[in-house]
Design a protein around this ligand. Structure first.
Ligand code: UVW
Length: 320
């Protein structure tokens, strides 16, 4: 550990936790807030039936906005018409043909759900699970129970870029729960218990407007939530079921005040069991909400059932 960077454990001493709240075996945390009543709350927010999909396109000409710290997703063809034009065509009698390809990608390589065991400190994951249970795949708090459950509820979009009158927030620009409340008030939307909270920083708008190299720069930083004790208390008291943003980490990755990394993940994901969705392409949804003033909707997402997975690519669906 770098000498002048404080320990996350010290910064979060006494911070709120939801460990044990949903039982000693719980692996889905705040998704426990979602049930039939929340599905109906989401359905009640549907007014026009207009559908939005929130995954960023994979292998877009512009590149993928996934973390430069991870290997880039790859896709390659293993069979196409060229296979039949070559010297050893596949043996497929009758004239039918098919194309196949292979995807190799970090599970965090696109818009994604994080498993609750994705980030930890002090050798303990969410709900007190031993960090040794991550070895060889997450044996506890993997993405599988999240995927098996599915996520459906009322979503609310908070337009932080709009609140600050910017196309996108700046690198290192932070916000907290007071700003979330201010955005909701400015937009005239109510944040209700058990909502799925989506936050627009405009960061993907920025990604697609500049060359990828310029976006990531030599040392990558992004705007986002910054930890304060009141932030953790706010999320716990509001009983937010799922946090989704248009950035890679849902937080300012390196805390500009103390140099720690992933402090919000530790406080909200590890301590509270708050489920994170990252790199959401909110551009079309933001444009629509700004135009019609409707900031709540039905939100649904089905991450992939990856046994032991630390996360899963996902294409969340919003219906307004
Ligand atoms: C890390 O950066 C470790 O994770 P995430 O993809 O959740 O931001």
């Amino acid at each position: 550990m770098t000498d002048d960077v404080p320990a996350v454990a010290d910064l979060l001493a006494g911070a709120p936790r939801n460990w044990g709240r949903w039982g000693a075996d719980d692996e889905v945390g705040t998704l426990n807030h979602l049930g039939p009543a929340e599905v109906f709350a989401g359905l009640a927010a549907v007014r026009s039936g207009r559908v939005f999909t929130l995954q960023t396109p994979m292998f877009h000409d512009h590149g993928d906005p996934s973390s430069p710290a991870r290997s880039a997703p790859q896709r390659y063809m293993v069979q196409d018409q060229g296979s039949w034009l070559g010297p050893e065509p596949p043996d497929l009698p009758g004239g039918a043909r098919f194309a196949d390809d292979v995807l190799v990608s970090p599970l965090q390589g696109s818009t994604q759900y994080d498993a609750l065991g994705h980030v930890w400190f002090d050798d303990q994951l969410y709900n007190g699970y031993d960090a040794a249970t991550t070895i060889g795949g997450l044996h506890k708090a993997s993405v599988l129970p999240i995927a098996e459950r599915g996520v459906v509820g009322r979503g609310v979009l908070l337009d932080l870029a709009g609140l600050r009158g910017k196309r996108h927030l700046d690198r290192d620009e932070t916000f907290g729960c007071d700003d979330l409340e201010a955005a909701a008030a400015a937009q005239g939307v109510e944040i209700r218990p058990h909502d799925v909270l989506l936050i627009n920083t405009g960061w993907l708008e920025f990604f697609y407007s500049v060359p990828r190299e310029e976006f990531f720069g030599s040392s990558y930083q992004e705007p986002g939530l910054v930890y304060t004790p009141s932030l953790a208390s706010w999320f716990q008291a509001k009983e937010i079921a799922n946090l989704a943003t248009d950035t890679i980490g849902n937080e300012v990755l390196i805390d500009p005040r103390n140099g720690t990394t992933l402090l919000v993940h530790c406080a909200l994901m590890r301590n509270l069991g708050l489920v994170f969705t990252e790199i959401c392409d909110l551009r079309a949804l933001v444009a629509s909400c700004r135009a019609d003033g409707q900031w709540d909707f039905l939100y649904a997402a089905a991450p992939l059932k990856v046994v032991g997975g630390t996360g899963s690519p996902v294409n969340p669906i919003v219906v307004k």
